[in-house]
Ligand binder design. Structure first.
Ligand code: PLP
Length: 450
């Protein structure tokens, strides 16, 4: 294998990266290029190893994709074997392949969607984009072409394309890219503990859902194609809705002929201690989208599950939606290998078992660091909210927290949420108790030095 020269500490690779890539967040760092970007060369389980040989706990799982851990030899072997069998077949004009069939059959037994059929994609954004197209076509083909609007929730993230940006509620991801496609509207979502509707406490009256439903009725429910929601939203903070939220949202959608799209892109494949996030609430989606954990990031892949009653309308005239790499055999092979490993290593159960340990450690952190205001944990998905309102330069605080955490062996995901700092801690599902303990200690060191 071609490995970068490990003895090279002049940051040449980092300089080369910055020279050849469109500006990203790392370039904003005043410390660039002394420390940023960090150049990773290898991965091992829950850890990544940088060009200087440091082992760093991957506490963000690379945007939540890495579930089974880095560098699993079995996935590598099966990808290798797949390329030797057939590297690529496009699912087009009467051609398919056995690997897509096997994956579809397997997923159908797992996903919370009634008797589903699948369409494969390459990312979460493509999955959601396709879900919107399916929802609009569904109503059009049923003689309701006026049902076009897609409702989503404030503070959500659904992707990077224009339509998924329009559906995204978190403002920074959509500002300045207009005009965005029409018909995308956002309303309230529950943020237990720090919710505008219920105040800074844990009791929830679902007043946000009252508002959301009122907003849809005011727009005219007969103009609405679908509602899209993440079972547990991630941006800003991990937001676990109250138990009856989704049951009521599901009923509201049914009562008004609106499709419910469940976005499992982050929650899917064990992240929250269940195979899918919606399992916590027992709610089925008419359409369910996923990506990331499906292949644990080994190669890109996404999928859209469509309930049989929605698929009915496409029986006589298929949906015209071409996507060259949809159902790429190498991605299918990676997904099958990842699912085998998740089952064999019982990673979903492990994620659930690690939840109390992660909560215990984060509670200890909260007791030790006065700035920590609120924490939220479900499975191996968690966030802590830190008050930095007394600090004049929040971006400098973010850089500092990241740097100190890294120097203490933790790749942390730190973002700004107004005058608050949100730190997400969601390591690969293979993480062990001692990794969590060490990782949260590194975070504590960083937060003490704000
Ligand atoms: N939906 C959710 C909930 C996400 O968190 C993301 C990505 O972070 C996406 C959709 C978009 O997925 P991708 O980045 O694979 O396009």
């Amino acid at each position: 294998a071609v490995m970068p020269d490990r003895t090279n500490t002049s940051r040449d690779h980092a300089k080369r990266y910055v020279r050849h890539f469109l500006a990203d967040f790392a370039k904003l760092d005043q410390e660039y290029p002394r420390t940023y970007p960090r150049m990773i060369v290898r991965g091992e389980g829950a850890y990544v190893i940088d060009e200087e040989g440091r082992r760093i706990l991957d506490a963000g799982s690379h945007l939540g994709a890495c579930q089974i851990g880095h560098g699993h030899p079995e996935v590598a072997d099966r990808i290798h074997q797949q390329v030797r069998n057939i590297e690529f077949i496009a699912l087009d004009a009467g051609i398919s392949h056995v690997y897509a069939a096997a994956l579809g059959e397997r997923l159908a037994k797992m996903v919370l969607c009634d008797d589903p059929v699948f369409s494969f994609t390459n990312s979460g954004s493509e999955s959601n984009e396709l879900a919107f197209k399916i929802a609009r076509q569904y109503h059009r083909r049923r003689g309701q072409p006026g049902r076009v609007k897609i409702f989503s929730r404030n503070g959500s993230y659904h992707g990077s394309t224009l339509a998924t940006s329009a559906a995204t509620g978190a403002a920074p991801f959509k500002e300045g890219f207009g005009p965005l496609p029409e018909g995308f509207i956002q309303g309230a979502q529950p943020s237990p503990g720090r919710c505008g509707h219920c105040g800074f406490n844990d009791a929830c009256s679902l007043a946000c859902l009252d508002d959301f439903e009122r907003l849809i009725m005011a727009e005219g429910s007969e103009t609405v194609a679908a509602v899209i929601a993440e079972p547990i939203a991630i941006p800003q903070a991990v937001k676990v809705p109250p138990p009856d939220y989704f049951v009521r949202l599901r009923k509201f959608c049914d009562d008004h002929g609106i499709l419910l799209i469940i976005d499992e892109v982050v929650c899917g494949f064990g992240r929250t201690g269940r195979m899918f996030g919606a399992e916590h609430f027992g709610v089925h989606g008419d359409i369910v989208t996923f990506a990331k954990g499906l292949t644990s990031g080994y190669v890109p892949m996404g999928a859209v599950a469509v309930a049989r009653h929605v698929e009915e309308v496409f029986k006589n005239a298929p949906l015209l939606h071409l996507n060259t790499y949809a159902g790429h055999p190498v991605a299918c092979a990676a997904a099958m290998a990842v699912l085998d490993i998740m089952e064999r290593e019982r990673l979903v159960l492990h994620s659930a078992r690690m939840e109390p340990i992660l909560r215990r450690e984060l509670q200890r952190l909260q007791n030790a660091v006065a700035r920590v205001r609120y924490l939220s944990v479900i499975g191996l998905l968690s966030s802590v909210i830190v008050d930095i309102s007394d600090r004049p330069d929040p971006d400098a605080v973010i850089r500092r927290v990241r740097n100190i955490a890294y120097d203490n062996g933790l790749l942390a995901r730190v973002a700004r949420d107004g005058a608050l700092l949100s730190v997400h801690f969601y390591p690969p599902l293979v993480v062990a108790e001692q990794d969590i303990v060490a990782g949260v200690r590194a975070l504590e060191i960083a937060l003490r030095m704000i």
